[in-house]
Design a binder for this molecule. Structure first.
Ligand SMILES: [Fe+2]
Length: 432
């Protein structure tokens, strides 16, 4: 039998009490001192504040309330409201102002992150074009880029994984290359690999698929299943990759292993050699995990893409034999229960998208919130660690969202990752 839901209704603020879940109506975010306009009344001060602000009525949400509003207003609260609410209101405004300042800093950091990401994309594009044309200087450029980029992951400061949101993204392999490099290095850091190996990992991950430039585009973009001959052709790309890169001594031999082995599987079911567990190099195994995850999340047709959570579940349950079990567990640990890109609903009813995971507290990530009253470009980003009462109630399939919420949260077709380009405390160390 369907569950009966008591409809929402208007209630006078002098009838509120602790435990009643309310929604403020007709007030923009900057017009009230509360952090959210949906919340459960936690103390009498909140009721006094509402009255002090001259708010006569709010919407009661029975489905989220612990109790019903009072039948009639108690005299004491109504009297107190005229005399004692002021300092409480001031304190709420102060807290909110602090939040606004932090939000501004966070938005600036995200803007820097996006700028740096675009610059890195352009650099990789130039280098790849050079390599495809057998330009030896480009291979040396790879080393310089990898040195700087990988060093960023080894800093003492936390390298928080961020979701990049771009309105338009043309289709090229650089997004995939960057994602795989970022994710593989994040995993490398988690298992404690050192600077020199990190640099090699970066080089191999960035150029793992360069052999695809030798594959007929018809095969690469074909919809549906490839036939045997096409599949055999596609499986040549690791070999083509090392052929392209090996012309220069400057590309490290160990990074060539990554390019050659990134489709090998621990159970021997991979290609090109079908080698097993210990025969596959550690750095290759890291790239295999990052590559598979990114391929699941960013399919050619976005409607076929898995959510980050589904991608991890699929890899863990259906493809377990492909990966080194310990490395896969470490990868899941890094990305968290709600990886960046996951659409979530919070326990106050708000809907948002996880854009960054707090490495120390994965249940409380940073979430970009949907609010039709705030333009998408200025969207509110909350760090859930700031609000201990705030919890993620559920994750939602993006396809299940109403179109206006989907567009607001996700004006893009691909999930792209990057790391905070600056150590916030020192303002240095941006990747090239
Ligand atoms: Fe590949």
């Amino acid at each position: 039998m369907p569950e009966f839901v008591i409809p929402e209704y208007r209630v006078a603020t002098d009838r509120l009490r602790i435990g009643v879940f309310i929604r403020l109506e007709g007030l923009k975010w900057h017009e009230h001192p509360f952090l959210f306009k949906n919340f459960k009344i936690a103390n009498d001060d909140q009721i006094k504040t509402l009255q002090e602000l001259g708010i006569k009525e709010v919407i009661c949400v029975p489905g989220k309330s612990d109790c019903t509003p009072l039948k009639e207003a108690p005299q004491s609260i109504a009297r107190d409201a005229t005399t004692t609410g002021k300092s409480v209101v001031d304190e709420l405004w102060r807290i909110k102002q602090e939040r606004v300042e932090r939000l501004k800093k966070q938005q600036e950091m995200i803007a820097r992150c996006e700028k740096s990401y675009i610059a890195s994309q352009e650099r990789i594009g130039q280098i790849m074009t050079g390599i495809a044309a057998a330009d030896a200087n480009s291979v040396e450029d790879v080393a310089a880029f990898a040195e700087s980029f990988s060093a960023h992951f080894l800093k003492d400061a936390e390298s928080t994984l961020h979701l990049m949101r771009f309105a338009q993204q043309d289709e090229n392999i650089y997004y995939h290359s960057m994602n795989v490099a970022v994710l593989a290095m994040m995993l490398g850091k988690e298992i404690g690999i050192q600077a020199e190996e990190m640099k090699i990992l970066c080089q191999g991950a960035l150029f793992h698929d360069i052999g695809k430039t030798k594959i007929d585009r018809k095969v690469l973009v074909k919809e549906g299943r490839l036939n045997r001959a096409e599949m055999d052709f596609l499986k040549m790309h690791p070999k083509y990759g090392i052929d392209l890169l090996a012309f220069s001594e400057a590309f490290p031999k160990l990074a060539l292993f990554i390019v050659y082995q990134h489709h090998e599987a621990v159970d021997g079911s991979g290609y090109p050699k079908g080698i097993k567990g210990p025969q596959i190099r550690l750095l290759s195994k890291l790239v295999t995990i990052a590559n598979t995850y990114d391929n699941h999340c960013n399919k050619r047709n976005p409607a076929d893409s898995l959510t980050p959570y589904e991608a991890l579940s699929y890899m863990f349950s259906k493809e377990k034999g492909v990966f080194d079990e310990k490395l896969l567990s470490a990868f899941i640990k890094c990305l968290g229960i709600y990886p960046p890109g996951t659409v979530v609903q919070l326990n106050n009813g708000a809907i948002g998208m996880v854009i960054a995971v707090n490495p120390q507290d994965q249940l409380h990530p940073s979430v970009l919130l949907y609010d039709p009253e705030i333009p998408s470009k200025d969207a509110l980003v909350i760090d859930m660690q700031d609000d201990p009462d705030l919890k993620i109630a559920q994750s939602i399939r993006p396809a299940a969202l109403p179109p206006q919420i989907f567009d607001y949260l996700s004006p893009r077709t691909r999930i792209t990752y990057y790391v905070n380009p600056t150590d916030a405390s020192k303002g240095e160390g941006a990747p090239p």
